[in-house]
Design a protein around this ligand. Sequence first.
Ligand code: HEM
Ligand code: ISQ
Length: 154
Amino acid sequence: MAFTEQQEALVKQSWEIMKLNIPELSLKFFSTILEIAPAAKGMFSFLKDSDQVPQNNPRLKAHAVKVFKMTCESAVQLREKGEVVVAENTLRNLGSVHLKKGVIDPHFGVVKEALLRTIKDAMGPQWSDEMGIAWGEAYDHLATAIKSEMKGEE
Ligand code: HEM
Ligand code: ISQ
């Protein structure tokens, strides 16, 4: 089914609200990933010398924000062109970083679940199932692009 203007609006509007509280959002997103997949702890450099999720790590924040932003951009592209195209150099970098860190296909489902739970939590009463579906679709297209880059299928 085509990605609608209404779906794009749901993603963009909720991102505008969520980005007002990046410290909490990024922490919640990252903590939820580790809650669902504790084994992923070893992959992230933010946790190198501690068991605790760092409360104010600029790199953690920047990466988490990038995931949200890229997913939001994917929603715009899906509505505009019906597909997601990531700039070639960006995609190559993301492919190689994730390969090097040992990320595998099932991890993308973990990050999706964490992303959706984080949005639901952040939006509270403004959350809707339609909002979750829109973010989920945008994420799936982006994840597909990264996964195929990781497999050398570009
Ligand atoms: C790093 C985005 C999925 C684990 C990054 C970075 C970005 C990013 C922008 C920083 C890249 C850099 O340093 O140049 C995304 C997006 C994803 C995704 C958009 C899905 C659509 C995943 C998944 C995992 C994962 C499924 C596995 C749990 C990591 C790790 C790093 C990383 C371990 C390195 C962090 C560090 O510096 O220690 N990701 N990612 N990512 N990502 Fe992802
Ligand atoms: C990197 N890749 C995917 C998800 C992330 C969440 C928080 C910080 C970094 C991330």
